[in-house]
Design a protein around this ligand. Structure first.
Ligand code: GMT
Length: 380
């Protein structure tokens, strides 16, 4: 199949999922065309099956807001015609499903019928999409998609609750690629740069937005390090980062917290981590938690949204109510203070992660693509 993937190219989870999906599809012989405004961060190499087409939005002084959706839908039309693309897969409803629908309509006018799969990722429904300024356009473009998927059952339920959606929503969870190369000597070398042998390594990775409850992470870690020698790795960048740095200074733990900024070394950092913190206000799935679990790192998370579908309470980690810092710290200490308990949680985390192996999840997308293409080309 020839598939155009529209996504955000940044460090956010939806862009990561879209990129990893595209790369694995290409690996399985499909021709993939990424269409977005910058080369996606996880798209290191292009190959005969992997193409990238940049959407340019020329600056024009008359416009207070440059019309990205217009440029994206025009680019989609051009690329579908040029490469004879069979299907559009848009990740994150805003504004991708809307731009995709416009492209479909323009192509229809020229006698080209192309199906569109829309994947809902989370904040496109629960935070941004739900805003009255966007809601009618988001509802419309979801209902006009040929196939709709969501990354968790919780997000599917939220979508039906918040919008008037008449379409079936298929749940296809996020996934990870297991069996990444593990180089033990490189891991122990890197670890020794970050922490002393006796210190536990606690990690958080995100885009440091309010929804991630960054101050909770610092406060949980503050309690952990009072009981157990530990270091905190804060990976990512975003609006809450400076506040977090200030809080560390206020609490006198700045020497125990390392801020990495955006990093392409996520696998390396996770490979020597002992615990992952994700106390988010809302999280449709929690890909970062799954990525940690794939490196045998147990997770302390909130129980909001889709997190209970990924992090199993008392098995791969623990879940608590949003904001229950005391319980999260207690559970973290319970896991970290005992070598045997930590080893059990680490093994469990990996076992749970195995259920989300890309090899099991990818065929679910392929099946929906095939059905969408067949349905689109059926005679009326
Ligand atoms: O919240 C983020 O980290 C970014 C955001 C995005 O859309 O890029 O992530 C959402 O999509 C991810 C991939 O499907 C999910 O794993 C995250 O849970 C979801 N974030 C939220 O719901 C807050």
């Amino acid at each position: 199949m020839k598939i155009a993937i529209v996504c955000y190219p940044t460090f956010g989870g939806s862009g990561v999922v879209a990129t990893e999906l595209g790369l694995e599809l290409a690996h399985r012989g499909h021709e993939i065309h990424f269409i977005t405004y910058r080369q996606p961060v996880r798209l290191a190499l292009l190959s005969p099956n992997v193409h990238y087409h940049e959407v340019n939005v020329p600056e024009y002084p008359l416009f207070h807001y440059q019309p990205y959706e217009l440029a994206l839908s025009s680019k989609l039309v051009d690329m579908v015609k040029l490469y004879k693309i069979d299907l559009l897969h848009v990740h994150y409803a805003i504004p991708h499903a809307y731009a995709g629908y416009m492209a479909k309509q323009m192509l229809k006018d020229e006698g080209i019928i192309i199906p569109m799969v829309t994947t809902l990722h989370g904040t496109d429904i629960t935070l941004v999409g739900n805003h009255p300024f966007y809601k009618p356009a988001v509802s419309f473009s979801i209902n006009k998609s040929d196939v709709v998927t969501s990354v968790s059952q919780s997000l599917k339920d939220d979508t039906y609750k918040l919008f008037n959606i008449k379409k079936e929503i298929h749940v296809i969870p996020n996934f990870i690629e297991l069996n990444k190369h593990r180089n033990e000597s490189a891991i122990s070398c890197q670890r020794s740069v970050m922490a002393k042998k006796e210190e536990r390594i606690v990690t958080h990775i995100s885009n440091f937005r309010k929804v991630k409850r960054i101050p909770d992470i610092i406060k949980i870690f503050y309690k952990i390090q009072q009981q157990i020698p530990a270091k905190l790795m804060m990976v990512g960048d975003g609006p809450e980062k400076v506040k977090a740095e200030n809080l560390c200074a206020e609490l006198g733990i700045e020497d125990k917290v390392i801020f990495f900024g955006n990093s392409n070394e996520i696998d390396q950092i996770l490979s020597y981590s002992d615990l992952f913190l994700l106390p988010s206000e809302t999280e449709s799935f929690g890909l970062a938690a799954l990525e940690a679990m794939a490196w045998s790192v147990p997770v302390i998370s909130s129980n909001s949204g889709g997190l209970p579908e990924v992090n199993f309470d008392g098995v791969s980690g623990y879940l608590s109510d949003v904001g229950n810092i005391d319980e999260m710290a207690e559970n973290a200490i319970k896991i970290l203070e005992n070598e045997t308990t930590l080893a059990t949680f680490k093994a469990n985390a990996l076992d749970v992660a195995k259920q989300f192996d890309i090899k099991n999840i990818l065929p679910l997308y392929e099946k929906l693509y095939q059905e969408a293409i067949e349905k689109t080309h059926q005679p009326l």
